[in-house]
Design a binder for this molecule. Structure first.
Ligand SMILES: NC(=O)c1ccc[n+]([C@@H]2O[C@H](COP(=O)([O-])OP(=O)(O)OC[C@H]3O[C@@H](n4cnc5c(N)ncnc54)[C@H](O)[C@@H]3O)[C@@H](O)[C@H]2O)c1
Length: 264
């Protein structure tokens, strides 16, 4: 039996944005090892291709790569069509691409900062849901997984644009979930809300600790009841569940991956 016939997402076909590294990379490996094919898109197309090559070396023919800036609707239209053709359909969309904040208090914040985060973190999710939906409907049961943040559910000083865009992802996910349910498309839509996870997005915090990674991680873990920050796999396991048919009665909800942070 091949790997594709086994696994929790056997036969699923998943497009992941911002997939060249960090959480997207962990999701890609997890989904492929559980039987899916993946389309890896990233503004850095070379890194996405390198990851697809590494994955295909382990499970031949399971990964495809595309240069894709999620700010561009034209690129969404093109990439969704090519990915669905290459994978043989699309049953999972993971809107993962995102950028962190520059730690600006409101008095110093700028229109440029808000525009950048709005386009990358939030408007892109609308483009993805819009242009992937026909493919997701055709391949149903399907799942859209939008990567928000605990910063979409709770405020943090100096993170206004990030807070606002991630809260937008959270609420927009509910709207699309209800639309798909109303239309009986069998497409579920949920959001995932990680706390600090060890990826390059935390580099500014390491810089603030003068390059001392362990010290930065220890500082970030202080408010987390489980007393550590997360590993990329902590998020990838949540995505695996939501991508699989195990979550067939779960839509319009938010899944916190936060070591208990927001239980306080
Ligand atoms: N790591 C964390 O602590 C954490 C916590 C909560 C939420 N998140 C969210 O998880 C998602 C993934 O973040 P990560 O931690 O893997 O960060 P990361 O910086 O490691 O990866 C983000 C990826 O997005 C890509 N990207 C950036 N701009 C893009 C664009 N315009 N178009 C397409 N791709 C683009 C980057 O090239 C990069 O590969 C983000 O939405 C982030 O907000 C991360």
């Amino acid at each position: 039996m091949t790997a594709e016939k086994q696994g929790r997402v056997a036969g699923k076909t998943a497009l992941i944005t911002g997939a060249a590294g960090g959480l997207g990379e962990a999701m890609a490996w997890m989904l492929v090892r559980e039987g899916a094919r993946v389309a890896l898109t990233d503004v850095d197309g070379d890194r996405a291709q390198a990851l697809a090559d590494a994955i295909n070396a382990e499970v031949a023919g399971s990964a495809f790569a595309y240069a894709h800036d999620v700010r561009s609707e034209d690129q969404w239209i093109d990439v969704v069509a090519r990915a669905a053709a290459d994978m043989g359909g699309m049953s999972v969309l993971i809107n993962n691409a995102g950028v962190g904040d520059v730690l600006l208090f409101s008095e110093q914040d700028t229109a440029e900062n808000w525009q950048r985060q709005y386009e990358i973190n939030l408007r892109s999710v609308m483009f993805g849901c819009k242009h992937a939906m026909p493919h997701l409907r055709a391949a149903a049961p399907s799942s859209i997984i939008n990567i928000s943040s605990i910063a979409g559910l709770a405020g943090a000083p100096g993170m206004g644009a990030y807070n606002a865009t991630k809260a937008g992802v959270w609420m927009y996910s509910k709207t699309v979930a209800l639309e798909a349910a109303k239309m009986e498309w069998n497409v579920r839509v949920n959001s995932v809300h990680p706390v600090f996870i060890k990826t390059p997005i935390l580099d500014p915090f390491i810089a603030m600790a003068h390059g001392d990674e362990a010290k930065a991680h220890e500082r970030l873990a202080r408010g987390i009841p489980l007393k550590r920050i997360g590993e990329p796999d902590d998020v990838a396991y949540a995505v695996l569940y939501l991508a699989s048919d195990e979550s067939k009665f779960v839509t319009g909800t938010e899944l916190k991956i936060d070591g208990g942070m927001l239980a306080q």
